[in-house]
Design a protein around this ligand. Sequence first.
Ligand SMILES: CC(C)(COP(=O)(O)OP(=O)(O)OC[C@H]1O[C@@H](n2cnc3c(N)ncnc32)[C@H](O)[C@@H]1OP(=O)(O)O)[C@@H](O)C(=O)NCCC(=O)NCCS
Length: 157
Amino acid sequence: MRPPPVTAPVRVRRAEVSDLDDLVALEESSFAHDRLSRAQYRRHLDSDSAQVLIATANHRRFLGTAVVFFRRGTQVARLYSIATKPEAQGKGVGSALVEAAEDLARSRRCNALRLEVRTDNAVAIRLYERLGYTRIGSYPGYYADGADAIRFEKRLA
Ligand SMILES: CC(C)(COP(=O)(O)OP(=O)(O)OC[C@H]1O[C@@H](n2cnc3c(N)ncnc32)[C@H](O)[C@@H]1OP(=O)(O)O)[C@@H](O)C(=O)NCCC(=O)NCCS
């Protein structure tokens, strides 16, 4: 049966242990390489240097996730991963997750958010550019399958 359409506003909250099944399933359906494992997600839930965000709507239905990393000694946060369930794509879930990651980075006194994206991921690149990210570098062979990456950055006010 098809899930009901996303009709309610998208909300973003911190992930909990009870989200692990959804997180791992989405990771496996979204990425062929460089995946986060269940154990890695579990560690990130308890880590001070990572935060896993969950987007929901319509009675807490799981729609997507983003993972943000923080490192000591730098005010640059990193959007390590972002994914929206296929049936919820194109409805603002990814935008809400990026904006929540920016708010989180600001709350941790970061002045920039960076991310890498595959050069062939046109949807993601358009999303980041629309939200004010600019290209700051290119990395040939960055991913496990040899694909190239572009690094984007947004300065946070
Ligand atoms: C990249 C990704 C997270 C974007 O999530 P999203 O929830 O679709 O994001 P949004 O709805 O906020 O915006 C996506 C843009 O693509 C368009 N779009 C995305 N999927 C679409 C679809 N199925 N049909 C029509 N338009 C679509 C949206 O209209 C929007 O366009 P705009 O930027 O010109 O306004 C999502 O496509 C995804 O999970 N991709 C697979 C994993 C991935 O590649 N992650 C990024 C790694 S860097």
